[in-house]
Design a protein around this ligand. Structure first.
Ligand code: FAD
Length: 494
């Protein structure tokens, strides 16, 4: 039976869109290249994850210099959310307007915060977010509904850090997290960031969006179904080439939604070039692949040989005092949030230290992260040359350096005198976004405010690629809210 809607990808964008469209009764087929992640000892084994890269797909991309690398992305049902830190933060209201940063002004969104707000609330319900909108965060945008659950409690060492930050005049507040902490800890006492969930404790795209969608008999998930190309004639996508079980077939539907993630969605559009669309599909603006963003991220290990860190998960607080200000002329610097407990095997894997030394440092340190906005740059881009080429360029590094310096100072004042900091490598595009941006003008953007491609009448792009700006908060909740909004729009079409 021919589907009404094909959704390519079952990550945050695709699964949430499917959940939104499922009650419409339309026949929906989700094409996902990965399989469901099965429980196994490695799922909670830091050495398997961080040293042996057990779950990483055998995938190779190239950088701008032609050097091959294995990206830190995952290909399972649920996409990258299977491994995510489940921080489900809203963009701030100011992020939707042009914002002056040290190295440039952001373009602003085609919709204001208020247009997305109801969908943020729905996304927080769907993804069972634990948070507190009234906690005194100076940047918290208005919420029309409270979080469905109270925040995950701080462990004592994090409560002490929270008090030490507050004593400095900062405003540490709970991180909104999609996780049932008791259910998570039942499987094993680890943090959850970068650990895959196999029990449904983490609110990921598989356990929430997809599970909701698959309650409806009109929704089908096909796993191991890798889309290699979209076919198009004129203003219409006419088919989707799929490799599955060693065979290749063309599937068709009146509506196609591309949700393969910011790098893969743009790569697919570029790889689908044909005589009528020589620059790739949906690319009349020449913006497909451009404006690739990935946040400026620095992880810190703040060490005190005379203190012990007794935490299991750590990841419960954030600080936004420098989110909208702090630069030399009051420019934004970014968000600060706990990393998630770094243990000896994790530090050994990430920093290449001997395990005994890594264990000692990890157990006498606190682990925190600075995150700054990456600004859209047309030269920062994904290209297709018989494979993915990622020419990602960092922007706004001055603001990030200032944020890192402020956080280091705050950690030292909080009683952690030695702070080791390291930027996340370019090979880990975990917060990738922006390669098919939304906008009102078809000359400068790829999709409109409903996420429909300007150039194609039956193609929607529903994932991180449509974000016009990266802001300085984790992207998933915004992707989910946009997917719910796009679903409401598509659901209303005849
Ligand atoms: C370790 C880690 C921690 C993170 N922590 C956070 C966090 O705490 N909070 C947060 O907001 N974000 C976090 N992120 C980022 C978050 O996971 C992504 O922003 C989000 O998953 C992006 O959603 P998406 O729909 O764009 O893509 P994805 O969720 O990656 O989904 C894309 C899907 O498309 C599938 N696909 C790709 N190509 C094809 C193809 N050709 N054919 C068929 N299927 C295909 C993929 O397998 C995948 O399932 C983290 C990411 C990582 C890696």
């Amino acid at each position: 039976m021919q589907p009404d809607i094909l959704i390519i990808g079952s990550g945050m964008g695709g699964a949430t869109l499917a959940a939104s469209l499922a009650p419409s009764g339309r026949r929906i087929v989700i094409l996902e290249r990965g399989e469901r992640l099965q429980d196994c000892p490695e799922a909670r084994d830091p050495a398997a994850i961080f040293r042996r890269a057990f779950f990483k797909p055998k995938e190779v991309w190239k950088d701008a210099q032609g050097r091959s690398f294995e990206p830190g992305n995952y290909a399972f049902v649920g996409g990258n959310t299977k491994f995510y830190g489940a921080v489900l933060l809203r963009y701030r209201a100011e992020d939707f307007r042009p914002l002056r940063h040290i190295e440039g002004t952001t373009p602003g969104w085609p919709i204001p915060y208020e247009a997305l707000e109801p969908y943020y609330s729905r996304a927080e319900t769907l993804y069972r977010v634990r948070g507190d909108a009234g906690s005194g965060d100076p940047t918290e945008p208005p919420h029309s509904a409270p979080y469905p659950f109270a925040p995950i409690p701080d462990e004592p060492d994090i409560a002490a850090l929270r008090a030490a930050f507050a004593a400095q005049g900062l405003h540490p507040v709970p991180l909104p997290i999609g996780l049932d902490i008791d259910a998570w800890l039942k499987r094993a006492p680890t943090t959850w960031d970068a650990f895959p969930c196999t029990t449904g404790a983490k609110s990921d795209a598989e356990s929430c969006g997809l599970a909701e969608a698959l309650k409806h008999p009109n929704v089908t998930l096909l796993t191991g179904a890798k889309v290699t190309r979209l076919l198009a004639e004129g203003r219409k996508v006419t088919g989707v080439e799929v490799e599955r079980n060693g065979t290749r077939e063309v599937m068709t539907a009146p509506l196609v939604c591309l949700s393969a993630g910011a790098v893969m969605s743009s790569a697919l559009l570029l790889a689908s070039a044909n005589a009528e669309h020589p620059n790739g599909l949906a690319n009349g603006s020449d913006q497909v692949g451009r404006n690739f963003m990935n946040h400026n991220l620095t992880g810190m290990v703040a060490w005190n040989p005379f203190r012990r860190n007794r935490t299991v998960y750590e990841k419960t607080i954030q600080v936004n005092d420098w989110y909208l200000t702090g630069g030399p002329e009051g420019e934004p610097l970014g968000n600060i949030q706990m990393l998630g407990r770094i243990t000896g095997p994790i530090l050994a894997g990430e920093a290449g230290l001997p395990l005994w030394l890594a264990r000692h440092i990890a157990d006498h340190s606190i682990h925190i992260m600075a995150m700054s906005e990456d600004l859209p740059d047309p030269d920062s881009r994904v290209l297709w040359r018989d494979g993915v080429v990622l020419d990602g360029r960092r922007t706004n590094t001055r603001a990030h350096d200032l944020l890192v310096a402020r956080l280091k100072r705050a950690m030292k004042r909080a009683g952690w005198p030695v702070v080791m900091a390291r930027g996340f490598p370019k090979s880990k595009p975990s917060h990738q976004c922006g390669t098919a941006r939304m906008g009102a003008d078809p000359e400068t953007s790829v999709v409109d405010a409903n996420l429909k491609a300007h150039d194609l009448d039956n193609l929607y792009i529903v994932d991180a690629s449509v974000l016009p700006t990266s802001a300085a908060v984790n992207p998933s909740l915004t992707i989910a809210a946009l997917a719910l909004r796009a679903g409401a729009h598509i659901g209303g079409l005849q």
